[in-house]
Design a protein around this ligand. Structure first.
Ligand SMILES: *[C@@H]1O[C@H](CO)[C@@H](O)[C@H](O)[C@H]1NC(C)=O
Ligand SMILES: *[C@@H]1O[C@H](CO)[C@@H](O)[C@H](O)[C@H]1NC(C)=O
Ligand SMILES: *[C@@H]1O[C@H](CO)[C@@H](O)[C@H](O)[C@H]1NC(C)=O
Ligand SMILES: *[C@@H]1O[C@H](CO)[C@@H](O)[C@H](O)[C@H]1NC(C)=O
Ligand SMILES: *[C@@H]1O[C@H](CO)[C@@H](O)[C@H](O)[C@H]1NC(C)=O
Ligand SMILES: *[C@@H]1O[C@H](CO)[C@@H](O)[C@H](O)[C@H]1NC(C)=O
Length: 234
C-alpha cells in the first residue's frame, strides 16, 4: 500500500513537470527573442521566463488555453534580430513589431505561424529576402513589410494567400517582377512603390477598352496575358 502511494505520488510529480515544461514552450520561444534584442526602453522588463506561462507578460495576449495569440510591440524602440523560435507560437494571430530598429533577416520559420492574421514588420531595418514560406500563411490578411531594406524578388507563393487584403512591400530594395496574378491586381500600385521592380505588365482590360471592340479586345487581352506569363514562366 505504501509502495502504491509512493508510485502514485511520483507519477503525479512527473506529469506535473511534463505539463509545466510543455506550458513553458511558448514562453521559451518569446524569451529567445527577448535575450536576442537590445531593449533600451525596457519594454520587455515584465517578461519573466520563470513564470508558468507568458500570458501575464506585458504586450502579450493569450487565448483561454494560455497559448499566445498576440505580440504587440510596435514602437518599442527594440534593436537586434528576430529569432526562428518565433515560428513556434502555433496560435499566434498578430505579430506586431512595426516601427522598431530590428535588423537581420525575416526567419523562414515564420511560415509555420499558420494562424497568423497580421504580420507587421514595417519601419524596421530588415535585410535579405521575403521568405517563400510566408505563402503557407493561409489566414493572413495584413502583410506589411514596407520601409525596410529587403532584397530579392516578391515570392510567387504570396499570390496563393486568398485571404490577403493588404500587402505593402513599398520602400525596400526588391527586384524582378510583381507576380502576375488576379489576386494581386487590387493591391497595385502603392504597395510596391519605391523598389527596383520591373514595370508592371499591361493590364488586359485596358487593351479591350482602347480597341473599341470588346471581342477583339478580349482576344488581344488574352494574348497579352498569355505572352506575359510565357515570358515569366520561361
Ligand atoms: C504595451 O503595453 C503597455 C502597458 O499595457 C501599453 O501601454 C502599450 O500601449 C502596449 N504597446 C502596444 C504597442 O500595444
Ligand atoms: C531609443 O533607444 C536609443 C538607444 O538605442 C535612445 O537613444 C533613444 O532615445 C530611444 N528613443 C526613444 C523614442 O525612446
Ligand atoms: C539600431 O540598431 C543598430 C544595430 O542593431 C544600432 O547600431 C543602432 O544604434 C540602433 N539605433 C537606435 C536608434 O537604437
Ligand atoms: C518550421 O519551418 C522550418 C523552415 O521553414 C522547418 O524547417 C521546420 O521544420 C518547421 N518547424 C515546425 C515545428 O514545423
Ligand atoms: C517610408 O520610406 C519613405 C521613403 O524613404 C518615406 O518617404 C516615408 O516617410 C517612410 N514612411 C514612414 C512612415 O516613415
Ligand atoms: C493565382 O491566383 C489564383 C486565383 O486567382 C490562385 O488559384 C493561384 O493559386 C494563384 N497563384 C499561382 C502561383 O498561380
Amino acid at each position: 500500500m505504501e509502495r502504491l502511494i509512493s508510485v502514485c505520488l511520483w507519477l503525479i510529480l512527473a506529469l506535473n513537470l511534463v505539463s509545466r515544461v510543455a506550458g513553458n514552450a511558448e514562453g521559451d520561444a518569446l524569451n529567445a527573442f527577448r535575450i536576442n534584442v537590445f531593449d533600451p526602453n525596457k519594454a520587455l522588463q515584465s517578461w519573466d521566463p520563470t513564470l508558468a506561462n507568458p500570458c501575464t507578460w506585458r504586450n502579450i495576449t493569450c487565448n483561454v488555453d494560455n497559448s499566445v495569440t498576440r505580440v504587440d510591440l510596435g514602437n518599442a524602440n527594440l534593436s537586434g534580430q528576430l529569432v526562428p523560435e518565433l515560428g513556434q507560437l502555433a496560435n499566434l494571430q498578430y505579430l506586431e513589431l512595426y516601427s522598431n530598429n530590428i535588423s537581420g533577416t525575416i526567419p523562414e520559420e515564420l511560415g509555420n505561424l499558420t494562424s497568423l492574421v497580421s504580420l507587421d514588420l514595417y519601419l524596421n531595418a530588415l535585410t535579405g529576402p521575403i521568405p517563400t514560406t510566408l505563402g503557407k500563411l493561409t489566414k493572413l490578411r495584413y502583410l506589411r513589410l514596407n520601409n525596410n531594406s529587403l532584397t530579392g524578388q516578391i515570392p510567387m507563393s504570396l499570390t496563393t494567400i486568398m485571404s490577403l487584403q493588404v500587402l505593402d512591400v513599398s520602400n525596400n530594395q526588391l527586384v524582378g517582377d510583381i507576380p502576375v496574378n488576379g489576386s494581386f491586381s487590387h493591391l497595385q500600385p502603392i504597395s510596391f512603390s519605391n523598389n527596383r521592380l520591373n514595370n508592371p505588365p499591361p493590364i488586359p482590360s485596358t487593351a479591350a477598352t482602347s480597341s473599341g471592340d470588346t471581342a477583339i479586345g478580349a482576344i488581344v487581352g488574352a494574348v497579352v496575358l498569355f505572352s506575359a506569363s510565357a515570358i515569366i514562366f520561361a
